[in-house]
Ligand binder design. Structure first.
Ligand SMILES: Cc1cc2nc3c(=O)[nH]c(=O)nc-3n(C[C@H](O)[C@H](O)[C@H](O)COP(=O)(O)OP(=O)(O)OC[C@H]3O[C@@H](n4cnc5c(N)ncnc54)[C@H](O)[C@@H]3O)c2cc1C
Length: 363
């Protein structure tokens, strides 16, 4: 976003800020930050936002197909996502985003405070609400239940799946042009095509062969049981704190924070408590018992667009760098990648998601 560098610098001096950056002194982090910085302008923000929305819309079609075909259940709720603003008037960026989304045919609307409260009656009376951006096309659910359900459905139909198998090395042909096999400590897998959907580990794994500009951006979530009718009802993002909240059946999940702190996965309880406190300031306190804390690393590219497609090594394909939107973009990314591998036309321009920055820039 255009204002990100300023927010990042301010965050260095505010330990409660949702964004946190710990310089690790590495050249790769500095290079990534410099690239990120060059994209923080209105033109690039708009370009990359459009790429994400196109991919998200394709994903929505794919997700609906998957749900219809498999019947997988994952506390799916397709009531849209509501971004609430406590300050008015909304910034021009919000208005521009509304226009962009509407131009894509998305059902996005500005909600007045009473409409926000009608949608989310659990919001405390004492919270000042300036309005909300409601994107009707969006949806929410439990991604772990989705992937587990999908895996089980596929296994019944003959999918061979191995968990806890870590690829340690790659085997290229004699000319060093084609990937022939990958190896773990104990096993070797041979194939015509390999897809590396290896998140934040992609960069390290492929360092000898290519530069993949992905940096981990750490976030936290807290999930807790809460009876329906209490607290958050749908999927809500608080613009001020960047806290995302979603109702998952009899549970509520909170997620947020963005920390550029390397590959550190430890759960910082103070940061999780901040999420709980932000939630409490909007909806009142959550039950203290049974709160499940989690930390995860978002694989983030400097321009915010994922890398999907072929690489300089034949037979090696990437599907990584989806940052904040890995699940939102999953089904569309899979479709695009399948089209690239099968060398058939795609509804999206593959160049826009290519590893090569020059191809990306021209797309
Ligand atoms: C707090 C939080 C909230 C989020 N909320 C949302 C949200 O609401 N909506 C949304 O769309 N996204 C959300 N995201 C982002 C989303 O989680 C990521 O974009 C997504 O997980 C990226 O998926 P991935 O498969 O590319 O990477 P990952 O989920 O990181 O998966 C990569 C996999 O590759 C495996 N791997 C790595 N190296 C190797 C190797 N050498 N050999 C074998 N396997 C390997 C890893 O074990 C891992 O299983 C959130 C993230 C966080 C942290």
């Amino acid at each position: 976003m255009p204002g990100l560098p300023k927010q990042a610098l301010t965050a260095l001096f505010d330990r409660h800020a949702p964004f946190r950056w710990r310089p690790d002194g590495s050249l790769s982090q500095l290079r990534w930050l410099r690239e990120l910085w060059t994209h923080c302008n209105v033109a690039d923000f708009s370009k990359h936002r459009q790429r994400l929305v196109r991919l998200a819309l394709l994903s929505r079609i794919g997700l609906n197909d998957v749900v219809a075909q498999t019947g997988v259940s994952f506390d799916f709720q397709s009531l849209g996502v509501l971004q609430i603003f406590r300050q008015s008037p909304p910034s021009p960026i919000v208005e521009k985003r509304l226009q962009e989304l509407q131009a894509f045919g998305c059902d996005a609307q500005w909600y007045e405070p009473r409409q926000v409260r009608a949608m989310e009656p659990g919001l405390s009376e004492s919270v000042r609400i300036a309005g909300g951006l409601h994107v009707r096309d969006d949806a929410s659910g439990d991604c772990e239940r989705f992937t587990q359900g999908l895996l089980a459905w596929n296994q019944v139909r003959g999918l061979h799946f191995e968990s806890n198998a870590r690829v340690e090395s790659l085997e290229l042909d004699a000319r060093g042009e084609r990937l022939c096999a990958v190896r773990s400590k104990t096993q070797r897998w041979q194939a015509d095509a390999f897809v590396f959907a290896t998140g934040v580990d992609t960069t390290r794994l492929l360092t000898p062969y290519m530069r993949v500009p992905i940096v981990p951006v750490k976030g936290y979530s807290v999930t807790v049981s809460l009876a329906q009718g209490q607290g958050v009802q749908g999927a809500v993002i608080d613009d001020a704190s960047k806290l995302a909240m979603a109702r998952l059946g009899q549970r509520v999940r909170l997620a947020g924070m963005a920390e550029v702190v390397g590959h550190d996965r430890h759960i910082n309880m103070a940061r999780c408590q901040q999420l709980v406190d932000h939630y409490a300031s909007l909806y009142g306190p959550l039950p203290a018992q049974g709160q499940q804390m989690w930390a995860g690393l978002r694989p983030m590219t400097p321009d915010g667009t994922p890398i999907i497609g072929a690489t300089p090594v034949h037979g090696l394909y990437l599907n990584a760098g989806h940052g904040t939107y890995g699940w939102t973009l999953a089904c569309g990314s899979a479709q695009l990648l399948a089209d690239v591998i099968a060398q058939r036309p795609s509804v999206l321009n593959p160049d826009a998601y290519a590893l090569d920055p020059a191809r990306r820039a021209l797309a």
